[in-house]
Design a protein around this ligand. Structure first.
Ligand code: NAD
Length: 320
């Protein structure tokens, strides 16, 4: 599978970061959203990811020298030079600017006429996603692969009747894709086997800011593997808080300190976006019919109020 140009639809949290990862791997990307302001916001996110990486590389040697000094070891000039040489920035400002320049914003599907791969990352709403896929279908070249970043929806249903249906599959990145390497790849009922294997092969050859990407093949099923396990944990944390067992802060502290989780469930929920958490919980409940997936009312109320986590400045915690 050769990807000389890719497209990403939806320049939000995931779309902008996925565009950045593709561009970081040398692929020119067109990044689409519904209006110019949202496209600009997405491009600004791409720049911010790159700037953060460039700064990390630029400061690495100085930080290492300072760390060694704090241990009470005075490095000679030659030793400092050796550290600088070993930690020479791999991503320079110039390389970062090349990555930024590879991502072009758009509000039009016309720019998708020559893409080899599209990743759709619009709202987790079957109607919205289906509208996007139907708009892309007649525009894409025949050979194009159509990936959806859905967290929980059925690929078979999203792809039903599309000319590109056999080339449609889930490519489910994790937040933030710039540092989390997992991608769950799932074909639907009609997805061609070669589309799945070649997409996995493509992703295996790519890396994000920290690691080589880790694509795993999963069966098409509500929420795939990670969210099938993770979302019930976040939901259960709400029930635990609502029953007054402990505060959100203490539950987060408990799961970090006692279960080895790098983030507590409420911190993680606020980062993922509470609308996404709720949507996935609802889909799990609807698709499996299993009452154990019933979303907590307190989670629903925060979403009703528009408190969706970090992206709105308030969720379980206040970020203002
Ligand atoms: N946030 C996460 O942690 C996470 C992780 C993995 C997967 N996902 C999935 O990724 C997808 C996107 O989630 P997100 O958190 O980035 O959402 P988001 O709300 O941050 O971004 C969605 C973007 O899609 C745009 N959009 C909506 N309709 C559009 C259309 N017709 N054409 C072009 N753009 C359109 C919106 O304007 C918005 O900018 C969802 O399917 C979600 O389930 C999210």
């Amino acid at each position: 599978m050769r990807v000389e140009k890719a497209g990403v639809v939806g320049a939000g949290t995931m779309g902008a970061a996925i565009a950045e990862v593709l561009a970081f791997n040398g692929i020119p990307v067109v990044l689409k959203d519904v209006d110019p302001a949202l496209v600009d916001r997405g491009l600004a996110r791409v720049r911010a990811y790159v700037d953060e990486l460039v700064a990390f590389h630029a400061e690495r040697a100085d930080k290492e020298i300072a760390r060694i000094a704090e241990l009470g070891v005075a490095l000679t000039d030659a030793q400092q030079e050796a550290v600088r040489s070993r930690l020479r920035p791999k991503v320079t400002r110039a390389r970062g600017d090349e990555v930024i320049a590879r991502v072009r914003g758009s509000t039009s599907y016309d720019d998708f006429r020559d893409v080899d791969l599209v990743v759709e990352a619009v709202f987790e709403d079957a109607g919205v996603k289906r509208t996007v896929l139907e708009a892309l279908d007649p525009v894409l070249p025949e050979h194009a692969v159509l990936g959806t970043n859905t967290s929980s929806l059925s690929v078979s249903r999203l792809a039903r009747g599309l000319a590109h249906g056999p080339a449609t599959l889930a490519v489910h990145f994790f937040n933030p894709p710039t540092t989390l390497p997992l991608v769950e790849v799932a074909g639907g009922v009609d997805t061609r086997e070669d589309v799945v294997t070649e997409t996995i092969g493509l992703l295996e050859g790519m890396r994000n800011h920290r690691y080589p990407l880790v694509p795993i093949r999963v069966k098409e099923s509500p929420a795939f593997v990670v969210n099938r396990i993770l979302i019930p944990v976040l939901n259960e944390a709400c029930f635990v808080r609502d029953e007054g067992l402990a505060s959100a802060r203490d539950i987060d502290l408990a799961l970090r300190s006692g279960a080895g989780m790098p983030m507590g469930p409420f911190e993680l929920g606020d980062m993922i976006g509470l609308d996404v958490v709720l949507e996935v919980a609802e889909t799990l409940q609807r698709e499996t019919g299993d009452p154990k997936f019933r979303p907590a009312v307190s989670l629903r109320r925060l979403v009703d109020a528009g408190h969706l986590g970090r992206k709105t400045g308030r969720g379980f915690y206040d970020y203002s």
